[in-house]
Design a protein around this ligand. Structure first.
Ligand SMILES: [Zn+2]
Length: 167
């Protein structure tokens, strides 16, 4: 199952990639999103009911989400049968570009990370598309925390405080 997320769902798109779900993101034009979804057999992820309706009429498959939090959106996708099993599995995609990620050797990344990082870590990954290097540093620890919340947690209830501030 492959996805294409609309411009409102950038954070969700990055997290889907980290869990190994092939997810296109970055196309601004709705017609183009529908076109690519049909062409590549991708499911459209959107919170826009107008886009959802139009896409369905043209024969595209759509998951219309209603939550505006990442946690809530992940819960909705779980209910639709999408699995969030493991962060950074062997088939993980690059959160930046959706390219495939593979394990990289220490020598390989030597000139592409800072000397401190090179000294401190032994585990590196690289995106085969954009060349971004990943390692289990501070950012990774943050991701693991969010991962725990996404896989085990329930969506935030209420959120009334935030709602009153937003509009
Ligand atoms: Zn990449």
């Amino acid at each position: 199952m492959r996805f294409i997320a609309d411009m409102m769902l950038g954070r969700l798109a990055r997290w889907l990639r980290l869990y190994g779900h092939d997810t296109l993101y970055g196309i601004e034009d709705d017609d183009e999103i529908v076109h690519v979804a049909l062409r590549d057999n991708r499911i459209i992820l959107t919170r826009d009911s107008g886009l959802a309706e139009r896409a369905r009429r043209l024969g595209a498959k759509v998951f219309l989400l209603s939550s505006n939090s990442l946690e809530g959106q992940v819960e909705e996708l779980k209910r639709l049968g999408i699995e969030f099993k493991e962060l950074f599995p062997a088939n993980a995609r690059c959160p930046k570009c959706n390219g495939p990620i593979r394990r990289a050797s220490k020598e390989e990344v030597k000139d592409r990370v800072s000397p401190t990082v090179y000294e401190k870590y032994d585990e590196f990954y690289t995106c085969e598309n954009c060349g971004q290097i990943y390692w289990p540093g501070r950012q990774w620890e943050e991701m693991v925390k969010i991962d725990r919340k996404l896989r085990l947690g329930k969506p935030e209830k209420g959120g009334s405080k935030r709602k009153s501030l937003s509009r």
